[in-house]
Design a binder for this molecule. Structure first.
Ligand SMILES: Nc1ncnc2c1ncn2[C@@H]1O[C@H](COP(=O)(O)OP(=O)(O)OP(=O)(O)O)[C@@H](O)[C@H]1O
Length: 249
């Protein structure tokens, strides 16, 4: 596999996630809109990083180019040694399935599958675990998020916080090193949001690396580092326990 096709660890590439001068333009009838305007960001293994900033500042776009959901117009994105910006289309989904767990604000569980079937889905898709082990592994993950009793229910029978915990179990199914979360607590009341956030901190303690887009300045104060985006640019980086963060809604 050549450099143009992804797997590539240059000697200076020490970080788990490295975004270099990422630019993203969206074209529409109204003209060209610059969602990211030269963003550079490095994240080390075991970090818990929040991306904050006003609505439209480019947070989701940044997360999407790291996940390979979207491609930068220019610039480079390396994740765990893979050049994501140049990964061939057909390789992106299998790569993402092994490397990243992605968690969304509205959970995106499949409504016709049971809770445990939703959690097993990434393992079925990537064949990371033998078929006979998948159900047991999914159940172990549901125990971890305290939902084992709900394994055979449909997602719609669960509360929002429970559905988000299913989505987290699903994101962990293939044991990826990295979790990307886009407003994971945005649809939850503050108490439920706190419980989901504690689950994330437990996962960081267990060795995962997490990048979380959030509007919640309180949560952003509790992570390793908060990166502040404004108009598609990184305008500030705040390390742990600084009393106030700017730029969040
Ligand atoms: N597919 C697209 N086509 C055109 N413009 C887009 C597209 N996706 C995003 N944008 C624009 O790019 C800008 C950045 O969007 P993005 O969703 O990354 O912001 P955000 O900071 O995550 O906002 P929010 O907090 O509201 O989710 C916005 O102005 C948005 O309208």
């Amino acid at each position: 596999m050549g450099l143009s096709e992804g797997r590539h660890r240059s000697p200076e590439l020490a970080r788990l996630i490295e975004v270099r001068q990422a630019v993203k333009h969206y074209e529409s009838a109204a003209g060209v809109f610059t969602a990211l305007n030269g963003v550079s960001l490095g994240i080390d293994p075991g970090e818990f990083v929040a991306v904050i900033g006003k609505s439209g500042s480019g947070k989701s776009t940044l997360l999407n180019i790291i996940a390979g959901i979207d491609r930068p117009t220019s610039g480079e994105v390396f994740v765990d040694g893979t050049a994501v910006h140049s990964l061939r289309e057909r390789r992106i989904a299998p790569w993402r399935g092994r490397t990243l767990g992605v968690i969304f604000q509205f959970f995106q569980l499949l409504p016709t599958l049971t809770v445990i079937e939703n959690v097993m889905l990434p393992m079925d898709f990537c064949s990371t675990f033998p078929p006979r082990e998948r159900r047991e592994r999914a159940m172990d993950l549901l125990v971890q998020v305290e939902l084992a009793d709900h394994a055979d229910k449909l997602p719609t029978a669960l509360s929002g916080g429970q559905q988000q915990r299913v989505a987290i179990a699903r994101a962990l199914a293939n044991d990826p090193p990295i979790l990307l979360a886009d407003e994971p607590t945005g649809n939850l009341d503050s108490q439920t949001a706190g419980a989901v956030f504690r689950l994330f901190t437990d996962l960081v303690d267990a060795g995962k690396t997490i990048l979380m887009v959030t509007h919640d300045a309180d949560l952003a104060r509790q992570v390793t580092r908060a990166v502040v985006l404004r108009d598609g640019e990184v305008v500030d980086e705040v390390t742990n326990h600084r009393p106030s963060l700017v730029g969040s809604d």
